[in-house]
Design a protein. Structure first.
Length: 317
């Protein structure tokens, strides 16, 4: 909070440098998802200044984003467009106090990045302001935007959602909060891959599978969920997926199974576990073929659960 307060004071005094304002978040250590996520791209300072119709663009010569922030932060009577642009800068840089001040005005929290009055380029953006805040793990900003009725459901196709970023960062409290919004997690297949890369993969994978997603889902790249867990060298997650029905023998578009991938990556423990479990899965399939009337274990659990429910209802009557 102290750092945020200092940053706010610097803006108001016109001393905020581009290094402070646009420092990239380095807290998320998984390079895989940072590479796969769309990068944020700001419009050039000149383009933004021209959007604001400021005469000092041509008078001053080359300007920076900090020049624009300094100008707008000290301007007494800002237009709605100016407020929106300054609000976007505040969300992007994580200056919570300034964002709270601006949120009291006529700000559209559901603006899609890259529209006519946005500081961002659409094609290289993260969808919406709340998605951008979650991308950088600016949770105070996410809270603020939710209070301003921002929708965590606004999202371009095939990009990580706000809920997905809470999973990736391992923020259980924010995950539960976003989940209470009017969203449809059962339709967001990116949550499975986010759970694989999460800082708390077992907790979140159990939650995501509970939404109705398949443990045998295949990514757009043709990898199974189990192969993805193997690629992260996460034995506990591999065990969790297998014990929840993941098929070990699935062959991907590269002609690999989870076992061959584990061998290629020299993951001895995972390889040993998968070989043992594949033998068990094969034995179960043989038994079912020989004895077609044998009820699979998962079905037995379902029957027992239904029987318990019926007994409970009778007892209540």
């Amino acid at each position: 909070m102290r750092q945020l307060f200092i940053a706010l004071c610097a803006i108001l005094m016109g001393l905020l440098s581009s290094e402070i304002l646009f420092a990239e978040s380095s807290r998320f250590g998984n390079d895989y998802y940072l590479r796969s996520a769309s990068c944020v791209s700001l419009k050039s300072p000149t383009d933004i200044a021209l959007l604001l119709k400021e005469p000092w663009v041509t008078e001053k010569g080359p300007i920076t984003h900090s020049d624009i922030v300094q100008h707008l932060a000290t301007k007494p009577n800002r237009t709605s467009v100016e407020k929106q642009i300054l609000f976007e800068y505040a969300i992007y840089s994580g200056v919570t106090t300034l964002a709270k001040e601006l949120s009291n005005g006529q700000i559209n929290p559901n603006i899609e990045l890259g529209n006519t009055h946005s500081i961002f380029n659409w094609k290289l953006s993260n969808g919406s302001l709340i998605n951008l805040a979650a991308y950088y793990a600016h949770w105070d900003m996410v809270n603020l935007l939710l209070e301003c009725h921002a929708s965590p459901q606004l999202l371009p196709t095939d990009q990580t959602s706000v809920l997905g970023w809470t999973i990736l960062w391992g923020n259980q409290a924010m995950f539960e909060k976003v989940l209470r919004c009017d969203i449809m997690p059962e339709k967001d297949h990116t949550l499975l891959w986010a759970a694989c890369a999460s800082k708390d993969p077992i907790f979140f994978m159990e939650k995501v599978l509970g939404f109705g997603h398949s443990v045998n889902a295949i990514s757009p790249d043709g990898l199974s969920l189990l192969e993805t867990a193997v690629s992260f060298n996460n034995l506990d997650l591999v065990k969790f997926l297998v014990r929840n029905g993941a098929k070990i023998g699935y062959v991907d578009i590269m002609g690999r199974t989870a076992i061959t991938l584990a061998r290629q990556l020299s993951l001895t423990e995972i390889t040993r576990f998968l070989i043992e479990e594949e033998a068990v899965q094969n034995d179960n399939m043989i038994n079912l073929n020989i004895h077609p009337n044998v009820v699979p274990p998962l079905t037995i659990k379902t029957i027992l659960k239904k029987t318990e429910d019926k007994l409970c209802k009778k007892h209540e009557m």
